[in-house]
Write a protein of this length. Structure first.
Ligand SMILES: NC(=O)C1=CN([C@@H]2O[C@H](COP(=O)(O)OP(=O)(O)OC[C@H]3O[C@@H](n4cnc5c(N)ncnc54)[C@H](O)[C@@H]3O)[C@@H](O)[C@H]2O)C=CC1
Ligand SMILES: O=C(CO)COP(=O)(O)O
Length: 316
């Protein structure tokens, strides 16, 4: 919708014919965004070849853990010279690859043709055309500028950045911190806890980023602090809501059962911790979330463990 509002002709791929037909005939997506009128220059198809044909930009927005298999099927269909754009905020389980790395691995396109759009961009608010800023990251600044022009609208203000690693890490780790803040909210804890988790969450994200060659300043920008604040404050965030349900005492299975959409942090907390271990970085909040979500540690026990770690300087 953003690209179409910015003047691009957009073809949206989806798996279900009835949903593609509804988008084309009613200009609405009845399942996800029934109240939003979609632009005329956006059409939907179930044929990936039709969606990919002649595209200047190929925008990828499937759940992170499904990207590799989907892209393997789409790779032969990609338009020559197309720029591959990731909207995904996750890290692949097993390989611990960022989404742009998976894209490069599967398609063999150069990093200069892979871009990332991230930032405080809760889908429902974007769909309501509420003002938001975002980061368009690509190693090649000229490509980032081209994509910036392609998605700049009166309500969507993209900034360029060449730090792809930092931008992707910001997006993926904020989901894990969003889970932690949600758990704290669900436990009935207040804003001091939230402020502490956001700030120390940003500290551990920055530590990982530094170890991976990111620019630390990226984390005080939209891809870092901006997205953390939006996710950790909003009931619209699926990760936050998922955490809240866990904090209220629901089991993992019960929480999954009531979650209709993708909460990337649930799987990516494990791959982020994997990344941290590969780089020898301490990420205690991420470790706590993995303990609660995947190892059955009760939130109260996990919180006590987190708070009783040895005392440290704030910066080291
Ligand atoms: N929703 C949001 O506010 C934002 C989401 N993102 C990111 O966008 C990515 C996609 O998330 P959403 O669109 O929000 O999730 P979603 O759960 O709302 O939608 C995912 C879509 O992928 C489809 N899907 C599920 N499994 C699939 C598979 N195996 N193959 C192909 N399609 C499949 C679903 O049917 C659905 O249409 C995530 O990485 C998320 O972090 C980024 C910014 C904001
Ligand atoms: O990434 C998002 C906002 O920027 C969406 O957050 P959730 O995936 O937690 O809904």
């Amino acid at each position: 919708m953003v690209l179409a509002d910015a003047g691009c002709d957009v073809t949206l791929w989806g798996r279900r014919a009835e949903l593609a037909d509804a988008v084309n005939s009613t200009r609405r997506n009845p399942d996800y965004l029934p109240d939003v009128e979609l632009p005329e220059n956006l059409r939907a198809t179930t044929d990936p070849a039709e969606a990919a044909a002649g595209a200047d930009f190929t925008v990828l927005a499937v759940p992170s853990q499904t990207l590799r298999d989907n892209l393997a099927a789409w790779s032969p269909l990609l338009a020559p010279g197309t720029v591959l754009v990731s909207l995904m905020k996750g890290v692949e389980l097993g390989s611990a690859m960022r989404m742009s790395e998976v894209i490069e691995d599967v398609t063999k396109v150069a990093a200069e043709r892979v871009a990332v759009v991230t930032g405080p961009n809760l889908a429902r608010e974007i769909a309501a055309r509420q003002p938001a800023a975002a980061v368009v990251a690509c190693r090649d600044e000229a490509v980032a500028q081209r994509l910036q022009r392609a998605c700049h609208t009166p309500y969507f203000r993209p900034y360029t950045n060449t730090d792809v690693v930092g931008c992707e890490l910001g997006g993926a780790v904020k989901n894990v911190i969003g889970l932690a803040v949600g758990i704290a909210d669900g436990m009935g804890l207040g804003d001091n806890t939230k402020g502490s988790l956001i700030t120390r969450g940003l500290a551990e994200t920055t530590r990982l980023g530094l170890a991976m060659g990111a620019d630390p300043l990226t984390f005080s920008g939209l891809a870092g602090l901006g997205d953390l604040v939006a996710t950790c404050s909003s009931p619209l965030s699926r990760n936050h809501t998922f955490g809240t349900n866990l904090g209220k005492g629901m089991t993992l299975q019960e929480t999954i059962a009531v979650t209709r959409q993708t909460a990337e942090g649930v799987k990516s907390c494990e791959s982020v911790l994997d990344l941290a271990r590969r780089h020898g970085v301490d990420m205690p909040i991420t470790e706590t979330v993995v303990g609660i979500v995947h190892e059955g540690t009760p939130p109260l026990v996990a919180l006590k463990e987190l708070m009783s770690r040895s005392a440290k300087p704030e910066r080291r």
